[in-house]
Ligand binder design. Structure first.
Ligand SMILES: NC(=O)c1ccc[n+]([C@@H]2O[C@H](COP(=O)([O-])OP(=O)(O)OC[C@H]3O[C@@H](n4cnc5c(N)ncnc54)[C@H](OP(=O)(O)O)[C@@H]3O)[C@@H](O)[C@H]2O)c1
Length: 359
């Protein structure tokens, strides 16, 4: 009995010795290698972004504005694009205020154009190349969302969403691409959406435009790899921005409602950091704003059902809400949800009622 116990103790001791001699050093070595790898990756990303000429569309608001701040802090030379020149100048002032940034000594540039006007897009690209000489990173961020039923949406609305979210960005990309190919250097980023991967009801025009975006930039990546160019597609979930407020409805009027899901989304500044990190690491594809690959890749049918039911319940709630209003003529009369021109107070009320929708 004593010898068995002694043998067991001896065996345990040997195991412990083996663990301390082999497993622990292996573990520590692995951790060390991983930390060095991460450090090198961070240093490489930093060097990649510093002094890079970065064009950002939709820099007047939301994610684009926060991306401008993030790339600015990373030391990039910025070209800020938008439709409102004054707001772009305001952002420049804001950047130089927080800036006097020792990391960022550059003179930045602004270009004002509407993405749905292809001619304006092409001349904007010319202006950018003339001013900066080249573009290192193009962030196709600007976009517009949509709310409505297919049956009630006029085709001009589908066109408008496609022009802004798809044709505009691809026109800008095509206009800048030859110079990138010539230099054998350049990185194109497309801010898509999880709706570029799944389609949910009442978002047809938006989901279609983002599916087209995903497909186009996937093709582009495969075509330009031979020239050493990078393409990153970013697919966010919900971000706290004005996207739903600025969305258009089936008749082209402004939706004007801050959706509950959008207001509860991830902060735009945090998402901008995720974009910056993905670009710095030259990732091909990232899901951001509270999404991980597990969310939809692990069980797509379940994920799609969940998204559909959120969009559907939002739509149904809107109808219910509208019928409450209909009982109070004067406040509510033409309140058919997807077509109604909301006043500010109605928007606030509707936002308070809350709806489960998706961007
Ligand atoms: N917020 C979300 O939950 C969410 C989720 C997934 C994907 N996204 C994507 O993220 C991107 C940024 O949107 P956001 O959330 O930051 O929304 P946002 O606050 O409404 O900003 C949209 C930006 O796009 C610009 N834009 C719209 N139409 C344009 C046009 N025709 N020409 C030029 N610029 C135009 C706007 O400029 P103006 O100031 O001139 O209107 C604004 O700067 C979009 O591509 C959107 O689809 C957002």
């Amino acid at each position: 009995m004593v010898t068995v116990v002694a043998r067991r103790t001896c065996h345990k001791g040997k195991l412990m010795e083996l663990a301390s001699m082999v497993v622990l050093p292996l573990l520590l070595g692995g951790l060390g290698i991983y930390s060095v790898f991460r450090l090198l990756q961070r240093m490489r990303a930093k060097a990649y972004l510093k002094d890079a000429v970065v064009v950002i569309t939709g820099a007047t608001s939301g994610l684009g504005k926060e991306c401008a701040k993030a790339f600015h802090a990373a030391g990039s030379k910025l070209v800020l694009c938008g439709r409102n020149g004054e707001r772009l100048q305001e952002l420049l002032r804001e950047l130089s205020d927080t800036g006097g940034h020792p990391k960022n000594p550059h003179n930045h540039h602004t270009v004002t154009f509407d993405l749905s006007d292809t001619k304006a897009v092409v001349s904007a690209a010319e202006e950018i190349l003339e001013a900066m000489g080249h573009v290192d990173i193009l962030v196709n961020n600007a976009g517009i969302s949509y709310r409505g039923t297919i049956a009630d949406t006029v085709v001009e609305v589908d066109r408008k969403v496609m022009e802004t979210n798809y044709f505009g960005p691809i026109a800008l990309t095509k206009a800048l691409l030859p110079s990138m190919i010539k230099r054998r250097q350049g990185h194109i980023v497309a801010i898509s959406s999880i709706q570029g991967k799944i389609a949910i009801p009442f978002r047809s025009a938006y989901a279609a435009s983002k599916h087209a975006t995903q497909a186009f930039f996937d093709c582009l990546r495969a075509e330009v790899e031979q020239y050493g160019l990078d393409v990153t597609v970013v697919s966010p979930g919900y971000i706290q921005t004005n996207l739903s407020l600025n969305a258009i409805t089936g008749d082209g009027s402004q939706y004007g409602v801050m959706d509950k899901t959008t207001s509860q989304g991830q902060g735009a500044a945090e998402v901008a950091q995720e974009v910056l990190s993905a670009v710095g690491k030259r990732k091909e594809e990232v899901l951001v704003a509270g999404l991980t690959r597990m969310d939809y890749a692990s069980c797509p049918p379940l994920y799609i059902t969940w998204k559909n039911s959120r969009a559907q319940s939002g739509y149904i709630r809107q109808h219910k809400h509208a019928s409450i209003y209909k009982e109070k003529p004067g406040i509510l009369e033409p309140c058919i949800p997807m077509r109604h021109h909301h006043t500010e107070s109605e928007c606030l009320e509707q936002a308070a009622v809350g709806r489960g929708t998706a961007n």
